[in-house]
Structure formats: C-alpha cells, structure tokens
Ligand binder design. Structure first.
Ligand code: AMP
Ligand code: GLY
Length: 422
C-alpha cells in the first residue's frame, strides 16, 4: 500500500512517524515535505495547494491512499478532486472544510444549534463595522476575526476603540489577508483556560483524542504576539473527566449532529478550540484538520494503529474500532527562528542533529521549517521543529523534551522555557 501525506510541517512528520508502524504500508510519500520528512518518507516536490499537480502525481505513481493534512488544500477541495479520481483519502470534503474556511459559517452553525460560543455580529461593510465599534453597546476588549483563512493571524484582540477601528481598516480596507478579510466577525471577549480537543469522525461517529494545551503566544508568560503554536502538553490538566463529559454532550456530539442535519458529511479530524469560561465551556474555533503542534504531542500517545483508524474513517465504520491511548503524558517544545512570527532569516545551519535529523536522546524531533541541503539541515521556516517526549508524568515528559531541546542550536533560535507551567 502506498500512502501520500500532503503538507510540510511538524504535524505531517508526526503523522508519517505513526504511519511507519503499519505493516501494510510499503511506501510513504510526503508533498512537499521538509528536511525531516525526507528522512522518514519520499519527498515529492508538489505544492500542497496544487490540486492538478497532486492528482497527477497520485495517479502516475499508483498511490492508494492520501492524507490531506493542512487547511489550505482542504478548503480548496483537494479531497474532492482526489476522490473524484477514485483515490481514498483522509480529510474532509470542501463543503465540510468550510467549518474552518469561514468563521461566519461556523458561528452561524453554532448559533443555529445552540452550541456555546461567544456572541457575535457579522459585517460585510467596513462602515457598518466601524459604526458598530463606536456604538455604546460594545465593551472592550473586542475580538475581530477575518472570515477566511489567514495563516493563524486573522484574529485581533482590540483593547480599545482605536485598535478595533485599525483592525477593520487593515482587514477590510487594506485587505492584509486578501479576500479572507472581506467579511469579519466581531465577537465578545471570553476568558479562561484553553483546551484543544481533536476528534476522529466519519461524519456519524465521533471519537475525541487525548486533550491538549497549545501555547499560542511567542514569549514566556503568555506574552507577545500570537503564533501558530509554541509548545503543547497532553493531556490538558484543565480538561477533567467531568469537563470532558460536559463538552461531549454540549459541544462535540451536537457539532456532528449539526453538520449531519445540514447534510454535510465531515470525514477526518475535527479540531475543537475550547475555552473553559466561568459560564462553562465555549467553542473559540473549529478547524477541519489536525492541529499543529498539538498532533506532535498527541500521536506519540496513540496505541491503536493510526492507519487502521484512517481507513475506518474513510469507510464510515469508525464505530467498529476501539481507539486506545497510552496512560502517559506528552510534551512538545517548538524551536523557532529569531524574529518569528514577524520577519526571520532562513537557510541557517542547524547544529546537533544526526544524519536522520534526530538527536541521541529519548526525545523525538518532528521537523517543520527545515530543509536538507548538501549534507546539512537548514532552517526554512518560522517554526523550525518540535522536540517531543513522553513520560509517566508531565514533569518527566517536559524534562526529557527540554533536555533534548538544549542539544539543538541554530543562530537566533528561540523557544519558550515555560511550556506546561500555566
Ligand atoms: P483562533 O485563530 O481563532 O484560534 O484565535 C487565536 C486565539 O485568539 C485563540 O487561541 C484565543 O486565545 C484568542 N481568541 C479567539 N477568540 C477569542 C474570544 N472570543 N475571546 C478571547 N480570546 C479569543
Ligand atoms: N495550533 C493551532 C492550530 O493548529 O490551529
């Protein structure tokens, strides 16, 4: 069986690492991949959004199964195009990927089906948005979100009227996110610990994975700008059994029922970004895919074969498979380029890695922004790699991961020293 994983992040590397355990898989490909996926699979130089190029590669190389991992190809309809050619896939169709591709769609879905979420207004006209911001009804901080995909940067928390008006000007006026910001959602600011819950679903059955906690801000103490995620611990200490059962009844099952009711079959991984507020758990966002870096921390805890789960999802028989998790903890520390999430240099040599892109330790490195050139691993992105470890306690997992992170270095390297401490 030949399997192709689409994407190039630490998440994709983690998926590949788990797929390597399956005996039926004879070859794994990754498009376009990175320096680390090149050690564990065959990298294919096709852009993840190139639907025609990808379909062509899949057909010419007799690929049997494709895992569509990132948001962009999913929202563009990569799964639909491949399935049309008879290729089996993991990842939702375009119609279902809208749950991430349009915040307006997801907010309206939650409102219609009484799934707890921050109260909100939708604006398609910048003048209306500004008038609303200036009205007496709004309290600050106020959360302003571009409707479409914006590489994780489309959410602005405005502390005052000035910042809110500036946000509207950048999104709707200057169009810094292109057409993604043509419409915006303005919503109530909520507070509380955040939890990521990923769930496998075949559109009928939904099975949550182990919970996790991402650390979105660039600096220690949860300070500085938002990033794609600087580190993760799993399970999330705030996500107790009691809270998990409330979330399943009020959020997780109702979401899959809502999609079904709308005639949308979601097959893949559904990402619930939750906030545990004083008023109970709320949905901050849905994503139509595995989270990154969350997946890097979660998959090492999975006992059941990942590819068996993928196939059960594709075939609509997720109810038949029992998913087992290790009774352990996991930690992932992201090593980032200096300057990220703003401008950063690339092409910097990474020191401390062996020929397989790993370090001699009990931790594992999932590569993200790396490339392998002339015998050296070089940086090629903002989040360069995730250093991950598991252990019988959170402390052990963190200690192993931090010890391993200390063995890697590159000019400008930055990582948070307080993952799992908040
Ligand atoms: P998102 O891109 O939707 O994940 O949002 C990025 C981050 O912004 C979230 O992880 C939250 O920390 C924060 N955020 C988004 N919506 C809200 C909200 N309504 N209230 C408070 N914080 C929010
Ligand atoms: N780590 C956040 C995300 O994957 O969207």
């Amino acid at each position: 069986m030949k399997v192709l994983v689409i994407g190039s992040g630490g998440r994709e590397h983690a998926v590949i690492k788990s797929l390597q355990r399956n005996k039926r898989i004879s070859a794994i490909y990754c498009a376009p991949g990175n320096g680390g996926t090149g050690c564990d699979s065959h990298c294919v130089p096709v852009k993840d959004t190139d639907i025609d190029g990808m379909t062509d590669f899949v057909l010419k190389n007799s690929i049997d199964y494709v895992v569509v991992t990132p948001d962009d190809p999913l929202v563009l309809g990569m799964t639909d195009a491949l399935e049309e050619k008879g290729i089996r896939c993991f990842g939702p169709a375009k119609s279902a990927a809208r749950i991430e591709g349009s915040k307006i769609f997801s907010k309206n879905l939650m409102k219609k089906y009484n799934i707890p979420t921050a109260s909100y207004e939708v604006f398609t006209d910048p003048n209306d948005a500004c008038n609303y911001i200036k009205s007496v009804f709004v309290n600050f901080p106020l959360v302003i979100k571009a409707d479409g995909l914006a590489r994780g940067k489309g959410v602005i928390i405005a502390e005052n009227q000035r910042e809110a008006l500036d946000a509207i000007e950048s999104m709707m006026g200057k169009k810094i996110f292109g057409s993604s910001g043509s419409s915006v959602v303005i919503e109530e600011f909520l507070t509380g610990p955040e939890v990521t819950v990923l769930a496998f679903t075949d559109g009928k059955t939904i099975k949550p994975m182990i919970s996790s906690m991402d650390h979105k801000r660039i600096n220690d103490g949860n300070l500085g700008p938002n990033t794609g995620g600087m580190g993760v611990i799993a399970p999330n200490p705030y996500y107790t059994k009691e809270i998990a059962s409330v979330c399943e009844e009020k959020i997780i099952k109702p979401t899959i029922n809502a999609l079904q009711n709308e005639g949308i079959l979601f097959k893949g991984c559904l990402y619930f970004g939750l906030m545990l507020t004083q008023k109970g758990p709320y949905v901050i966002e849905y994503n139509c895919r595995f989270g990154d870096p969350e997946t890097q921390a979660i998959l090492p805890l999975l006992e059941t074969d990942l590819f068996d789960i993928f196939e059960a999802v594709t075939d609509g028989r997720l109810n038949e498979i029992e998913i087992k998790w290790k009774n352990e903890h996991s930690a992932c520390i992201v090593l980032a380029s200096g300057g990220y999430p703003s401008d950063f240099k690339t092409g910097i040599a990474i020191k401390g890695l062996n020929a397989k892109g790993q370090i001699e330790s009990d931790a594992f490195i999932f590569h993200a922004g790396t490339q392998y050139k002339d015998g050296t691993f070089l940086t090629s992105g903002g989040r360069v790699m995730g250093v991950c470890a598991t252990g019988s306690s959170l402390e052990t997992a963190l200690e192993k991961a931090y010890r391993a992170a200390g063995l890697v270095s590159f000019e400008g390297m930055h990582y948070r020293k307080d993952i799992g401490r908040h």
